[in-house]
Design a protein around this ligand. Sequence first.
Ligand SMILES: *Cc1c(COP(=O)(O)O)cnc(C)c1O
Length: 364
Amino acid sequence: MSIALRVPSYIRAISPYVPGKPITELARQMGIAVEKIVKLASNENPRGMSPKARKAVEAALAGAERYPDQFDLIAALAERHGVAAEQVVLGNGSNDVLDMAARVFLAPGRSAVFSQHAFAVYPLATMSAGAECIVAPARHYGHDPAAMFAAIRPDTHLVWIANPNNPTGNFLPQAELRAFIEKIPPHVAVVLDEAYTEYLAPVDRADTVAWIGDIPNLIVTRTFSKIYGLAGLRVGYGVARAEVADLLNRVRQPFNVNNLALAGALAALDDHVFVADSFDLNRRGMEQIVAGLKRLGLDHIPSHGNFVTIAVADGAAVNHKLLQQGVIVRPIGGYGLPNHLRVTIGLEAENLRFLEALDKALRA
Ligand SMILES: *Cc1c(COP(=O)(O)O)cnc(C)c1O
């Protein structure tokens, strides 16, 4: 009998993650030159990485024969957030931290709650740990705290929250979010995934890491993949109470973040100009795309991230017509949104290419 037939049923039930189509793949499939392709599918920073981070990565190549030391990046993050180093857990991308949380708090016979249209990694991590997914209905495509609270069962040990959410871009105001998290029973871990927090308007920001002081079951995750422009290096982190961080570290692979990623993240963290410029570019690009959508008569879900989700009649059909024109966006039928497409805010010229291609796709 094949080994594949003997794996736990919860592993067989997992639908693999579907990433944004790589530029090279579309080039092969459609015979389009790589330089002619615009990829706005994975919420990457269109400006590339910070020049300071690039320099640091190049310098770190010199020590590639040595195992990595996480000390400096952890110390810098602890200082940035005003917490002890023991409270910071590094991940190979923040997805890695999400996976650690699932393995620590979930198991067969347990359940996790998340919202309809929430990030695809929550069901993946939950199911990998053998736990059951409880999906709470969304409110205007975003998290509905009342529905999520009502979904919590006695066997629930983890609640996943993305704020802002991906793929919808919804944002739960911080006061409402905090009131919700405070109500969650203290034996239930709460993972607050803030991958897009740097894109929030200043008035919407809050020091959520400080909430850990009053809410001991809270884990806040952040990433270097989005505004910091290091998606390909894979580095993110979680902040929690020291006793929680200690548990996460028990399931963490010892050298989960490589030398280049550690050096790049450390330099990126201090490149405030790069972050501020990326923020401004995103704000202008969002205005450009939203204005373009209005001209095309298309609705969108108001977004607080570096992407926007657009209502089209048939997501798969419009996506195909965009691909034929060398424009890659993200179909999100897998998120229960078959009539929407998610587009990442790009450079001005990329946004223009997208809007022109979309116009054509809708007429064709
Ligand atoms: C992009 C994203 C992340 C970041 O993943 P990394 O593993 O850090 O690259 C986390 N959560 C959400 C909701 C995201 O969209």
